[in-house]
Design a binder for this molecule. Structure first.
Ligand code: HEM
Ligand SMILES: *[C@@H]1O[C@H](CO)[C@@H](O)[C@H](O)[C@H]1NC(C)=O
Ligand SMILES: *[C@@H]1O[C@H](CO)[C@@H](O)[C@H](O)[C@H]1NC(C)=O
Ligand SMILES: *[C@@H]1O[C@H](CO)[C@@H](O)[C@H](O)[C@H]1NC(C)=O
Ligand SMILES: *[C@@H]1O[C@H](CO)[C@@H](O)[C@H](O)[C@H]1NC(C)=O
Ligand SMILES: CC(=O)N[C@H]1CO[C@H](CO)[C@@H](O)[C@@H]1O
Length: 275
């Protein structure tokens, strides 16, 4: 059976990449969505109105992903963070963040695979997504390494504040923006620091790429805006009247996303960083 799963997985990946590239082209050919109308009708967050924020209780399940936790904190995913279907994760992430459907299938499918569950019928708790070295990896921007803390479900406020302080960009009205070099610099510092302080530190190209990919969403979906990233990262709360900054009609594709991720990862220099 394992071999059949591998073969099926191979064809699913080819299909998803082709689908994604098709959407990438469609986004170029079709007009963008209008600001104020990014989140579709009948979805939470439509008309710039998000459901009420209720901070998590100790018994609630939370992940190492700030944005998924925010969805649970607003009841877009179940508030207790438990017994969520992979299909529901797909739909809710697409509606709330305007990621392309290809992307929203790919990541939950990848997660179902590493949890040895069926994407089509399986369920999970948010904390299960933090399985070390599946997606979760060392040297994150908002979480201490798994070996150093018992719970990666909460943001580390010192790390979050260090990251927010890296912003050097400015909008026309003077508000701060996180830029590609800012993010590369922040990742470099974390990798150097974790390598020194965590005996069991691991790093590889795959996780470095995903680390850059995960954090690059701050530049695309959030447009780098510190005013919006502050509540999202510190409290895992959607800003008032927020909507995704990606206006593409078919959402942010993996193909397009690569244009942000690669420069971020290329800019990471762990050897020459000044402490
Ligand atoms: C589709 C389902 C998703 C899954 C399964 C997922 C899973 C994860 C996991 C396990 C991590 C921890 C990685 C680490 O060790 O740093 C993570 C981090 C992250 N995710 Fe997600 N995520 C999803 C969707 C999203 C979305 C929609 C966004 C943004 C709109 C997002 C933004 C981020 C960011 C910025 C980080 C980095 C946090 C850090 O470096 O501390 N994720 N995600
Ligand atoms: C959208 O929200 C505004 C208030 O923020 C409200 O006045 C308006 O009626 C809403 N429109 C729709 C179509 O719900
Ligand atoms: C999860 O939800 C399903 C469907 O609502 C239900 O049948 C099942 O008992 C739930 N599992 C747990 C552990 O709550
Ligand atoms: C999934 O199955 C593989 C192979 O049987 C095993 O090595 C791995 O620990 C399992 N993962 C989980 C999360 O149970
Ligand atoms: C994005 O880049 C990664 C790493 O270079 C590559 O493995 C992946 O296939 C690319 N994805 C798409 C959709 O272009
Ligand atoms: C939103 C996002 O970029 N998530 C990525 C986080 O990392 C995992 C795997 O390590 C990717 O599958 C996701 O695309």
């Amino acid at each position: 059976m394992a071999i059949l799963n591998k073969i099926a997985g191979f064809f699913i990946n080819i299909f998803v990449m082709t689908w994604d590239f098709g959407l990438f082209i469609l986004n170029i050919l079709t007009p963008s969505l209008k600001p104020g109308h990014i989140v579709p009708a009948h979805a939470a967050g439509h008309n710039l109105t998000w459901p009420e924020y209720i901070p998590p209780k100790d018994s609630d399940s939370r992940s190492a992903c700030p944005m998924l936790n925010a969805m649970a904190n607003h009841g877009i995913l179940p508030h207790d963070g438990k017994n969520i279907t992979f299909k529901e994760l797909n739909t809710k992430v697409r509606q709330s963040f305007n990621f392309a459907p290809s992307f929203c299938f790919f990541v939950p499918k990848f997660s179902a695979d590493f949890l040895n569950r069926s994407y089509w019928s399986g369920r999970f708790d948010l904390a299960e997504l933090s399985l070390h070295n599946a997606i979760e990896h060392d040297a994150s921007l908002t979480r201490r390494d798994a070996a150093l803390v018992t719970d990666q479900g909460k943001p580390d406020l010192d790390l979050v504040d260090q990251l927010l302080k890296e912003a050097t960009g400015k909008m026309a009205d003077g508000s701060l923006l996180l830029t590609i070099p800012d993010l590369s610099r922040a990742l470099s510092k974390r990798r150097v620091d974790c390598r020194k302080t965590n005996q069991g530190y691991t790093e590889n190209l795959f996780h470095n790429m995903f680390g850059s990919a995960n954090s690059s969403t701050m530049l695309t979906i959030f447009g780098g805006r510190i005013d919006d990233l502050t509540p999202m990262l510190r409290e895992e709360r959607f800003p008032e009247k927020w909507e995704p900054r990606v206006l593409s009609r078919f959402g942010l594709t993996m193909a397009k996303f690569n244009f942000t991720v690669l420069p971020v990862e290329r800019g990471v220099k762990t050897k020459v960083v000044k402490q």
